[in-house]
Ligand binder design. Structure first.
Ligand code: SF4
Length: 208
């Protein structure tokens, strides 16, 4: 029997309404994979949280691409005058790939990606918990290629029993994906053509 899908966009909306009514602005450690994926999620939640970014994306191959995405994110943060701090984790694609190699031939969206989510979100959640953030989340649900059910299930599971709370999200909903593309075009941002790992490199496909 198929599992019931949860509408994580609605879950987030309820949370944002509660925060608005409480008048509180909690801290949020936000995992960001690249500048384009940050654009619309940031616009949506910026008024509700005091945001710090974590950039722990050793999945990205090669190193030049990793730096390009990071620099594009930094440029966008500067263009919009956000003043947001980025916590950068050391880049180590070789070690990162050890867990992904057995699933090298899978297409995107299968076990390899769930392992990849678990690795990066696990790091972000541990860091957020150790550094007393109120919430932790990721922008990755903005992508049409990322399964929001998987992302949120993993996020909630890994945050269970910790002080930090998982921020539910499905940023692609309500035209979120299209809105992010509008911002990408307006700021002439670099827009990558594959998800990130060497197994996901493919030709002539747009990825966000
Ligand atoms: S396709 Fe993307 S999410 Fe999946 S394993 Fe590769 S980098 Fe990770």
């Amino acid at each position: 029997m198929e599992e019931t899908k949860i509408n994580y966009q609605k879950e987030q909306q309820k949370l944002l309404e509660n925060l608005k009514n409480s008048g509180k602005k909690p801290t949020l450690l936000l995992h960001v994979c690249c500048g384009p994926c940050f654009t619309y999620p940031y616009e949506l939640i910026r008024d509700y949280f005091d945001i710090t970014i974590i950039y722990n994306n050793s999945n990205i191959y090669p190193k030049e691409e990793y730096n390009r995405r990071l620099n594009e994110l930094k440029k966008y943060l500067s263009d919009i005058n956000s003043g947001i701090k980025i916590i950068e984790f050391p880049y180590d694609n070789t070690t990162y790939n050890i867990d992904l190699e057995p699933y090298a031939n899978q297409r995107e969206g299968m076990d390899r990606c769930r392992i990849c989510f678990r690795k990066r979100l696990g790091q972000a959640i541990d860091y957020a918990d150790e550094h007393n953030f109120d919430f932790v989340g990721t922008v990755m649900s903005i992508s049409r290629f990322k399964n929001s059910q998987d992302l949120n299930k993993i996020g909630f599971e890994l945050a269970e029993g910790k002080k930090v709370k998982w921020l539910p999200a499905d940023f692609k909903k309500n035209g979120g994906y299209e809105k992010s593309l509008d911002i990408v075009r307006a700021y002439k941002m670099y827009f990558q053509h594959y998800c990130g790992c060497k197994f996901s490199i493919r030709s002539n496909k747009e990825e966000l």
